[in-house]
Design a protein around this ligand. Structure first.
Ligand code: GAP
Length: 512
């Protein structure tokens, strides 16, 4: 099945089974805003719990924070968002569709990469075991030709971005003959800058209302509280502050479902270190964060680093962790070495000293910061897309199954009486009433057992228990495993011991 079709199916699966709904659905939706349904909210909470515990519970020197969405507007002046949180946008005059100029060029670069990879793939098939990929890449005239074009484009693109040269960005689009995917034409407008922050007014107009912004990242709430936390928590450098919360961006190109939203959620951690040690910490966090992702078991081939070509003026290192989505490798998390830029700016704009006194060095300084920043919604999408499977079973029957990591699954156990009589529902309810204190259980008595299994497979429930007539005699049930579909007879009293540790977030945390 084409990846595009897989993605479409995933989107409709998310709606059909209560994971994600378009916001304001009965009013035909609101662009790039989504609601999480009864299953989605459970999965989302589990992702957040996995992140939070891995940061705050597993690190003595990381603590949490929940700062407000509304903040003093000068914060966004100091952080540079008012002046520079822009995207370069370009319109196609025929389709009237708006695009990010940098994204159009990045997609063009990816096309060159695809061409190179195709050449290499074909050669690998042709030569079999004797194939030397490095040598082929270095000598094949076709590969070299594509590579040269790619490198030239890449250098031009990076230069234009670094110089914020909007005319040159447009010229690249023209020279590369990039067409609008809707109209198929090259009839482009100029490239313009567009600020991504939403604003609103605080206070009544009579009082002189103040223009404030909906935060475009949670990080600034951490920066402006860093000294409050450091002092009241008696934190010693190096230490971190973790926060989960909503962020808002007026994205120009808001497609691809929950990948790029206007209201989304971030999980950010700012790690404050001694100046001069930041690159060492950057390397540590880069490795730790990849490990966190890989512990979910989707396979190392689903992830890659993307080191930034264009560093923000305040950063001295930056990388993305990209995940193989149905539409290619895409950024899920950013890890940035932000130097002392943010704290110094807040010091300057607030006029207050926010230096840290280092008792070991007996001196005060502005700490440097390593940031790890991951979008909850993108993480959700990556987990869903890697878990969604359509399988053909023995006998030709098909099933849709979400092979979610058990600790992230919304429902951990479904309890089903074989029939709705002979005391089986009561027995099944007893099991739920006992286990519901340990993990999320669902009682399900409607339809045939086969249909009930399919329903639970479709929401990713790792275990199902069937209560039959034997259960009322010997207190045993059949326990079915979602992935293998194998069933075993187990005592009811042992269910928690068998399932509990497998579905608990702790089992994931222990692998980190
Ligand atoms: N404080 C740094 C920061 O915000 P970013 O790379 O702009 O960095 C971090 O965003 C993460 O937030 C991204 O890797 C992505 O997962 C998520 N994110 C950013 N914009 C998003 C959007 N419009 N919709 C969903 N997630 C988004």
């Amino acid at each position: 099945m084409a990846q595009e079709d897989v993605f479409k199916k995933l989107v409709s699966h998310c709606k059909e089974y209560g994971f994600v709904f378009p916001s304001s659905d009965i009013y035909d939706g609101l662009g790039a805003v989504y609601d999480y349904g009864q299953m989605g909210v459970e999965l989302k909470n589990n992702i957040k719990r996995y992140w939070w515990d891995s940061m705050v519970m597993l690190h003595e020197n990381i603590v949490g924070l929940d700062s407000a969405i509304f903040m003093h507007p000068t914060i966004w002046k100091a952080s540079g968002h008012v002046d520079a949180f822009n995207d370069p946008l370009i319109d196609n005059k025929d389709s009237k569709k708006r695009y990010r100029a940098d994204v159009l060029i990045e997609e063009q670069l990816a096309k060159y990469d695809d061409k190179i990879n195709k050449e290499v793939g074909k050669a690998a098939k042709r030569f079999g075991d004797t194939f030397d990929e490095a040598q082929y890449r270095a000598t094949s005239p076709r590969v070299l030709e594509h590579q040269a074009k790619r490198d030239a484009l890449h250098d031009r693109f990076v230069k234009a971005l670094n110089e914020t040269n909007l005319e040159e960005l447009r010229q690249i689009i023209v020279d590369e003959e990039i067409v609008c995917p809707i109209s198929g034409t090259k009839n482009w407008t100029e490239v313009r800058q567009f600020n991504l922050m939403f604003s609103t007014e605080m206070g009544s107009t009579a009082d002189g209302a103040m223009k404030i912004y909906l935060r475009p990242e949670t990080a600034q709430g951490i920066f402006v509280n860093y000294l409050n936390v450091q002092k009241t928590g008696r934190m010693k450098i190096p230490f971190g502050i973790a926060q989960i919360g909503k962020a808002f961006r007026n994205e120009i190109v808001a497609r691809q479902f929950i990948f790029r939203m206007r209201e989304f959620e971030q999980m950010e951690m700012q790690f404050f270190v001694r100046p001069g040690t930041e690159l060492e910490w950057f390397a540590k966090w880069k490795a730790l964060r990849l490990k966190w992702h890989q512990a979910l078991g989707f396979g190392a081939d689903h992830y890659r680093y993307h080191d930034h070509d264009k560093l923000a003026h305040y950063a001295n290192a930056a990388t993305d962790i990209e995940f193989l989505m149905p539409f290619g490798f895409k950024e899920v998390e950013g890890i940035h070495s932000r130097t002392d830029f943010d704290l110094s700016q807040h010091e300057k704009f607030s006029g207050k000293s926010i230096k840290y006194f280092d008792p070991e060095l007996n001196e005060s300084y502005t700490p440097y910061v390593i940031e790890t920043s991951i979008g909850v919604d993108r993480m959700f999408l990556s987990v869903m897309s890697a878990s969604y499977k359509e399988e053909t079973l023995e006998g030709g029957e098909t099933r849709v199954v979400l092979r979610l990591p058990a600790p992230l699954a919304p429902v951990k156990l479904a309890v089903m009486p074989l029939v709705k009589k002979d005391g089986l529902p009561e027995k099944a309810r007893e099991i739920v009433d006992d286990l519901k204190f340990h993990f999320y259980c669902q009682y399900d008595e409607k339809d045939s057992i086969g249909k009930r299994y399919r329903r639970q497979d479709a929401i990713g429930t790792p275990y199902c228990v069937t209560v039959d007539h034997q259960s009322t005699e010997d207190n045993t049930v059949t326990l079915r495993d979602r992935d293998t579909m194998r069933q075993e007879r187990v005592p009811i009293g042992e269910l928690n011991a068998i399932i509990g540790h497998r579905v608990n977030i702790t089992s994931l945390l222990k692998t980190l």
